[in-house]
Design a binder for this molecule. Structure first.
Ligand SMILES: Nc1ncnc2c1ncn2[C@@H]1O[C@H](COP(=O)(O)OP(=O)(O)OP(=O)(O)O)[C@@H](O)[C@H]1O
Length: 329
């Protein structure tokens, strides 16, 4: 292996005439948490299903732990853990029995099973629930048990499809802690999410995926830095002309006109640029009514590269004027 636990080259997948995955290539390095961030229908589950051998590859190549997904699917399956959106627990078994059963299927020796179950109950804080039936667990506990089950065989790579969907923020943050702990154990993690914060907080690297294509890949910091140093929100007495003035300034990277305000991405330190920006606008007789400064967030990154937000109803029109150059991978 090359230090890459996952290698994907020119992957394509179509459901009839619907192209779900459109020429995707990426690598995941040993020991990192790598996220696919994208809206519903972007193609995330299809990619994860192909990598975990649940869907047959149609076009392209993929290797997981050095094994060819198309030709060595058994070896791939033996070397990975999977936690999917759909719960696959046995509800009539207790927490411990579910883990025990999974270990047996994978022919883990009894002593190893016992030790691993204790480790995982501790990690997922289910020690007090070891004798509780699956059907008597809360939704969050079920998900934690799923996670423990996925980790039972100490897989080299763990695949998680939307691991915290439907969680409240506290439960989500706990899950992130578990995943960081798993990473500390040396496991590589590939996850899909449509939560900006999850991708931002948890991942070493993120690929933004939309309409079956990877649009950009990088660490959260890299993606934000690429966008610009700071973001200024301005409300003026004439946003249209103010936008034109701003676009002519070298220090301004992009200007997006929202219904009420202008979103100005700048490439330099805001303290140097803001006085100049305000002066230029005022010179044209335009009043500035509100100024707000913030650092670019993952939401800003997502909107910048995809032209829309993650929530339904966020439209391209709203973000006219978006730059798309400089996009890598
Ligand atoms: N079994 C299927 N039959 C036909 N079309 C499908 C099937 N599964 C997915 N699709 C289509 O393929 C595209 C990608 O779907 P996919 O489930 O991979 O996206 P996703 O990013 O995982 O979305 P979600 O977050 O909703 O799971 C969508 O247009 C979807 O409608």
């Amino acid at each position: 292996m090359t230090g890459n636990v996952i290698e994907v080259n020119n992957l394509e997948y179509a459901y009839g005439s619907v192209k779900a995955v459109d020429d995707i290539s990426f690598t995941v390095k040993q020991g990192e948490i790598f996220s696919f961030l994208g809206p519903n229908g972007a193609g995330k589950s299809t990619v994860i299903n192909i990598l975990t051998t649940l869907r047959k590859i149609q076009k392209g190549e993929a290797r997981v732990n050095g094994y060819d997904v198309a030709k060595e699917s058994k070896s791939v399956r033996r070397s990975i853990g999977i936690v999917f959106q759909m719960l696959c627990l046995d509800h009539e078994m207790t927490v411990s029995e579910n883990l025990e059963y999974h270990g047996k299927i994978y022919s883990m020796p009894k002593k190893e099973r016992k030790e691993r179950i204790e480790e995982l109950l501790k990690l997922t804080e289910l020690e007090g629930k070891r004798n509780t039936l699956g059907k008597e667990l809360s939704g969050g506990m079920k998900r934690r048990l799923e996670l423990a089950r996925g980790l039972m065989t100490k897989p080299a790579v763990l695949f998680l499809d939307e691991p915290t969907v439907g969680f409240d923020i506290q439960t989500r943050m706990r899950m992130w802690e578990y995943l960081r702990e798993i990473k500390r154990e040396g496991t590589t993690i590939f996850l899909t999410t449509h939560y900006m914060e999850e991708a931002d907080q948890l991942s070493d690297r993120i690929s933004i995926i939309d309409h079956g294509k990877i649009i950009v890949t990088g660490s959260a910091e890299e993606l934000k830095d690429k966008l610009g140093k700071d973001l200024i929100y301005l409300e003026t007495s004439n946003n249209k002309i103010a936008a034109e003035i701003l676009r002519s300034l070298n220090s301004v990277k992009t200007v997006t006109e929202d219904t009420k305000s202008l979103r100005v991405m700048i490439g330099e330190n805001v303290t140097h640029v803001l006085p100049q920006i305000m002066e230029k606008i005022r010179e044209e007789g335009i009043d500035i009514t509100t100024v707000n400064i913030k650092k670019p967030s993952m939401d800003d990154v997502f909107v910048h590269y995809t032209g829309h937000g993650l929530r339904e109803g966020d439209t391209k029109e709203k973000y006219e004027g978006i730059e798309t150059e400089g996009v890598s991978e």
